[in-house]
Design a protein around this ligand. Structure first.
Ligand code: NAD
Length: 520
């Protein structure tokens, strides 16, 4: 087997301690790896690189295509961008894969049968980090979701389930509220699920889904979800499995992959020889599978499980009556090295090699979880299906109006008077809303809301168009243009209406590409 060059980053806080432990175990286990170290994190931020990464690091990543990264400390405050988010976007790491397994009774947890994998979309959603301050009162964060992005992650989840012998894929979304963005994610999930009849599928609204995950994790197998929800539920899952110090994760893209522990840099225990290196070690096991070094991956996973089974525990999982020996990072490392070549007796024995993977899911008498999961490599996940070119990006759209976001701090009636004065051949104001609530026109005057001051949205629709979501046939002469919008904006400027932005209103094959105000 050829030696594979990988890029490593020691990170901050406990990062260097757990990386040294991981490298020592990889070397002792016979991994065919050479390491190129890049500097990331706090020092680099402090040198003025706001992405947390030296520009030269990209060259190393470009050569190796694989990064094993210890956690870093993201400085608080303006100007600094999260290194993790930058990496995921720049390297196209669209899938975050986080397996969480209960190691009961050897690691204290309330759940003996937890064995699930969270597959989180990694590039879109609120984590695009596009935020604005629009006025003294109002701040905005954009939630952007693409059909392409949803299809890629949902298909990846189903392909992962097939490749790893899993039975069910569950979708979490909040499409009862966010009907367009989360609605798209759920819709794509239903479409793709239909292509995998051998797998069960179901859907939960994120709130009840998270509650069930915290109370009955055993009912879940593979969970696929959007970026923010995935971030939150993977910490919930890791915590209830016993410790955030145990779980590793893979960030997978078409050309690159990054492996890391799920926890942060734990500054409270940094430099004290207290950190549990298991999370980063588990990430390294996923990395070895990804690059095809199955036998070494098996050896390390079996040694970790044997060490934990023998009750040799770091402080975060040490429990009187369960644990046998409390150790620090160094001693834990030596105990794992001493067990390389041994297998756990009760915890499942790892069999990662492709040929044996499906045959040895659970050893006799073992706890009901699969040590043999984790095949995240794109070669086994029908790469061509996940990244196939789509031809659905040309759907025609007609501009039929626009929402004008204005700052209005005077009486509401003064706004109505002003709008009545603003004659336009092309447009009429159909509605006025604030915070998504319809303010005007109101069918029931007794239900008039308190008219808030601040951000208010004027919905201008082309004259003669209803703009409702029905299949409205629109006379071509009524379709409006951006020039028409500019004309109206000039009238607003002349009338001293202070606007912040406008958003085009489009129909797609007669269907509205926008929501209506509550109460409309
Ligand atoms: P954290 O995960 O670092 O720590 C949370 C708690 O868990 C602490 O009490 C810590 O001591 C404990 N803990 C975490 N890992 C452990 C381990 N391996 N062994 C034993 N105990 C462990 O979360 P935090 O305190 O919210 O964040 C600290 C810093 O880490 C922040 O700057 C944050 O931005 C950063 N962070 C980085 C990453 C990453 O690089 N991937 C992820 C999360 C947080």
């Amino acid at each position: 087997m050829n030696t594979k060059n990988i890029t490593i980053a020691y990170g901050d806080g406990i990062g260097p301690e757990i990386m040294e432990s991981t490298i020592a175990i990889l070397k002792e286990a016979g991994a065919k790896l050479s390491f190129e170290t890049i500097e990331v994190g706090k020092n680099i931020y402090e040198k003025g690189f706001t992405s947390g990464l030296m520009p030269s690091a990209w060259q190393s990543l470009n050569n190796s295509r694989v990064l094993l990264k210890a956690p870093i400390t993201t400085p608080q405050g303006g100007g600094y961008k999260s290194l993790n988010v930058t990496m995921r976007k720049k390297l196209g790491l669209f899938a975050n894969v986080r397996p969480v397994v209960s190691l009961h009774p050897f690691v204290a947890t309330n759940f003996s049968k937890m064995d699930l994998v969270i597959i989180r979309e990694n590039e879109e959603d609120l984590y695009m980090g596009i935020e604005y301050r629009q006025s003294a009162q109002t701040y905005q964060c954009l939630k952007i979701v693409t059909r392409d992005g949803c299809e890629k992650i949902v298909r990846y989840a189903f392909e992962y389930a097939i490749a790893n012998g899993r039975k069910k894929v569950t979708c979490f979304s909040k499409d009862n509220i966010m009907k367009m963005t989360d609605g798209l994610f759920h819709k794509v999930f239903n479409e793709i699920a239909a292509e995998y009849p051998s797998l069960q599928n179901d859907h939960y609204i994120i709130d009840i889904g998270t509650a069930r995950l915290a109370a009955k994790p055993e009912i879940f197998d593979v969970i696929v979800t959007m970026n923010l929800y995935g971030d939150i539920i993977s910490d919930v899952a890791a915590e209830i499995s016993g410790s955030v110090g145990l779980a590793g994760s893979a960030n997978i893209g078409k050309d690159f992959a990054m492996f890391e522990a799920i926890h942060g840099s734990a500054p409270d225990i940094a430099g004290k020889d207290m950190a549990n290196p298991t999370g980063l070690l588990n990430a390294a096991v996923m990395m070895l599978i990804h690059i095809g070094q199955y036998a070494v991956a098996e050896k390390i996973r079996n040694a970790i499980y044997k060490t934990l089974e023998d009750g040799v525990h770091t402080g975060d999982i040490y429990r009187e009556g369960v644990s046998k020996k409390k150790v620090g990072t160094h001693e834990f490392t030596q105990e794992v090295i001493a067990r390389l070549g041994q297998e756990p007796v009760q915890l499942p024995v790892a069999r990662f090699a492709a040929s044996t993977q499906k045959e040895n899911s659970v050893a006799d008498g073992a706890i009901n979880n699969s040590a043999n999961d984790l095949d995240v490599s794109k070669s086994s996940l029908a790469d061509d299906k996940i990244f196939s070119e789509k031809d659905n990006l040309t759907e025609s759209r007609s501009l039929i109006g626009f929402d004008l976001f204005i700052e209005w701090n005077e009486e509401f009636s003064a706004l109505i008077t002003l709008l009545n004065k603003m004659e336009s051949e092309k447009f009429e104001v159909k509605t006025i809303s604030a915070k998504g609530l319809l303010l005007w026109p109101l069918s029931d005057k007794h239900m008039a809301p308190n008219f808030p001051k601040g951000q208010t949205i004027l919905r201008f629709i082309g004259k003669g168009i209803t703009g409702k979501s029905s299949n409205e046939i629109i006379d071509a002469t009524k379709i409006i243009s951006h020039e028409n919008i500019v004309e109206i904006l000039s009238v607003c400027i002349a009338n001293k209406i202070d606007f912040v932005k406008y958003e085009g209103l489009y129909l797609f094959a007669g269907k509205a590409g926008y929501t209506s105000g509550q109460g409309e």
